[in-house]
Design a protein around this ligand. Structure first.
Ligand SMILES: N[C@@H](CCC(=O)N[C@@H](CS)C(=O)NCC(=O)O)C(=O)O
Length: 213
């Protein structure tokens, strides 16, 4: 059985849970508190030298890291990975964009609120939130004219972009400012197989998961 190493509130880990849910795959789930060093404990580093989550163990494949790459791997032979090379390029472009221009603003602003910040960080936070708005504006221009990220239909790019986009209220942005994104979020969350980020599986301990290997 597959083992997902993740964290219940992490959008990056949620992408993998979404992909597993689409495939209807059962898996063991290990919840690691990355904010308190659990991803840097020796037992986990021995398995995953990157020391990051999500990580997926799906034997006989070697351990996989990087949320978007794992989501692609899980969905590569499904309808969520387009067959046309131009659509594949478009899909990858949005997934790379998410990692370079969206997640570092949207996810980081969210984590600052979760972690708490001191007064000295007020300006930096305002800057981050303004950059997050810019990323959402870019998505809005696309999603105001089509139902999914790609013109060809639902794809792995939708999963990857939804993970943090639907939680912008956590750092004080109002979804009403991006009606195309709001409608897209409702569309995805309405899919029968789509689990909410809060619907995290019951975890097993790292020791239990490692003992099962
Ligand atoms: N680009 C990576 C980012 C992974 C990442 O930074 N994960 C965070 C949690 S969301 C983590 O493991 N942080 C713990 C650490 O860096 O020690 C991905 O998309 O999977």
């Amino acid at each position: 059985m597959q083992i997902l190493f993740g964290n219940s509130s992490s959008g990056n880990c949620y992408k993998v849970r979404l992909a597993l849910a689409y495939r209807g795959l059962k898996y063991r789930y290990v919840d690691l508190d990355s904010l308190h060093g659990e991803t840097r404990q020796p037992a986990f580093l021995a398995l995953n030298p990157f020391g990051k989550i999500p990580a997926l163990l799906a034997p006989p494949a070697p351990l996989m890291v990087e949320s978007n790459a794992i989501a692609w791997w899980l969905l590569r032979d499904t309808a969520l990975w387009p067959s046309d090379a131009n659509a594949q390029q478009d899909c990858l472009a949005w997934m790379f964009w998410e990692q370079y221009s969206h997640e570092p603003k949207v996810a980081v602003a969210r984590s600052w609120v979760k972690l708490g910040r001191d007064r000295s960080q007020r300006e930096a936070f305002a800057q981050l939130r303004s950059e997050a708005r810019g990323a959402l504006d870019h998505m809005e221009r696309n999603l105001s004219r089509r139902p999914y990220v790609l013109g060809t239909g639902l794809s792995v790019a939708d999963l990857c972009l939804y993970a943090y986009s639907h939680k912008i209220g956590d750092f004080g942005l109002d979804m009403a400012d991006w009606p195309g994104i709001a409608a897209w979020c409702d569309r995805l969350a309405g899919l029968a197989w789509w689990p909410a980020i809060e619907a995290s599986p019951e975890p097993v301990s790292l020791a239990t998961a490692l003992a099962s290997l």
